[in-house]
Design a protein around this ligand. Structure first.
Ligand SMILES: *Cc1c(COP(=O)(O)O)cnc(C)c1O
Ligand SMILES: [Zn+2]
Length: 402
């Protein structure tokens, strides 16, 4: 099928072809879709009927997605009635932790891997706080690519172990995420490796936009707010472009406002929105612990164009939100997602989000990614000896129900 869409690099203006190399590194390395709206709408319909799992193929700048899929995307959007009532809003959660490697990063990795296959590239690299690295490793394994990863040495254990199981080389960089990113950039500049790091290739962004396409299709009416935790800012920026594309195609009636959330300790995008300077601290939300965001300009543009804003939240609020999501909604997320929920609370307090508004919060990654931090918000399991009288255990909820 001929494409109704051309993909143009927003940095150099060239058309992007998956079978040739395009290394436009930089904060604005995004793709523009140049399309004929009627033709795209028709193709979206055709693909959906032909294979629902490839429903967004007409909007992706690669040809061979079949080769490298693990079933990413198509995640559920569920109601959060208990937390919604508490916050005085209608709240839904997009469960991105259900992606094959446990985070939203799989949306970008599948497209980068497909591109690498089309290019006949042998090696793919990625600097990451952990999830993009684990994700790229899985898709590299799937497509027979070597994979070299740069993660900060203090990444949560699961995020270092997971890519090792996928057979990747994991370099634990002595320093922060920003140091890991710099080293990866220097290595890829001196080699012909394809770089999946944030901002390094427009293919990541193209894949990540499927989050926005899905949100546009899954919500009955356009929500008032979509809330996304921000590290490099790419997840929010790409989701916004996806939402905007569906509105441009008149497949939906408009766009939500984007609320970006960062942690008080590391809040450069928040600070750029508000002209403030937050403390140079740390956060338990490692996925958004990014001092120099690679997609900051894109994120700022998304926030501005959508009529949104940014908030920052405390470590205590992040920890409390982790427990609330688990115990009230049955949703176990890593701290970055808990930050998004805490951000909604903050935005309600400050009158940014009004009572009764429709809010979608993107739960970007699974809680199993960082059980060490989760452990700090719960009590330890009780130890019981095997001789304990069963009746004493069986009675434990009786006073609650009486
Ligand atoms: C990557 C990631 C984020 C932040 O995305 P950016 O593109 O860096 O802003 C948030 N949460 C999780 C779980 C992530 O993996
Ligand atoms: Zn370019």
């Amino acid at each position: 099928m001929d494409r109704a869409t051309a993909f143009v690099c927003s940095r150099c203006g060239d058309e992007i072809l998956s079978s040739s190399r395009h290394d436009c590194a930089g904060p604005d390395a995004a793709v523009h879709l140049r399309h004929d709206a009627d033709a795209v709408r028709d193709q979206l319909d055709e693909y959906r009927q032909f294979d629902d799992s490839r429903r967004y193929a007409p909007l992706l700048p690669v040809e061979t997605l079949d080769a490298v899929t693990l079933g990413e995307g198509g995640t559920d959007l569920v109601d959060a009635p208990s937390l919604g009532a508490e916050l005085g809003i209608s709240l839904q959660l997009k469960l991105e932790g259900a992606n094959p490697t446990g985070s939203t990063k799989d949306r970008g990795s599948t497209v980068v891997a497909a591109h690498a296959v089309e290019l006949e590239s042998d090696v793919v690299a990625c600097a990451s706080t952990g999830n993009a690295a684990a994700s790229m490793a899985a898709y590299a394994a799937r497509s027979g690519l070597d994979c070299c990863l740069f993660v900060p040495e203090r990444a949560p254990d699961a995020k270092a172990v997971q890519p090792l199981v996928y057979g990747a080389d994991v370099l634990a960089v002595e320093g922060t995420y920003d140091d890991a990113h710099d080293l990866c950039e220097r290595v890829t500049a001196a080699s012909d490796w394809l770089d999946r790091s944030a901002g390094a290739t427009p293919y990541t962004d193209a894949g990540a936009r499927t989050l926005g396409y899905e949100l546009a299709e899954q919500t009955d009416t356009v929500p008032d707010w979509v809330v996304v935790p921000m590290g490099n800012g790419g997840t929010l920026a790409s989701a916004w472009r996806g939402l905007q594309t569906f509105a441009d195609l008149t497949l939906v009636d408009g766009t939500p406002r984007m609320l970006g959330v960062q942690a008080d300790g590391t809040a450069p995008i928040h600070d750029a929105v508000h002209g403030t300077a937050s403390g140079d601290g740390e956060t338990c939300a490692d996925s958004i612990d990014v001092g120099t965001p690679q997609r900051q300009d894109d994120a700022l543009a998304a926030i501005e164009e959508s009529g949104g804003t940014a908030v920052a939240v405390s470590e205590t609020a992040i920890r409390d939100a982790t427990g609330a999501l688990g115990s009230q909604e049955g949703v176990f997320v890593e701290p970055a997602c808990a930050a998004a929920l805490a951000g909604i609370d903050r935005a309600r307090e400050r009158g940014i989000i009004d009572r009764g508004e429709d809010v979608v919060a993107v739960m970007t990654g699974s809680g199993l990614k960082d059980t060490a931090t989760a452990r700090t918000v719960v009590d330890s399991p009780e130890t019981v000896d095997t001789e304990t009288d069963p009746a004493t255990i069986a009675r434990r909820y009786s006073s609650d129900s009486a």
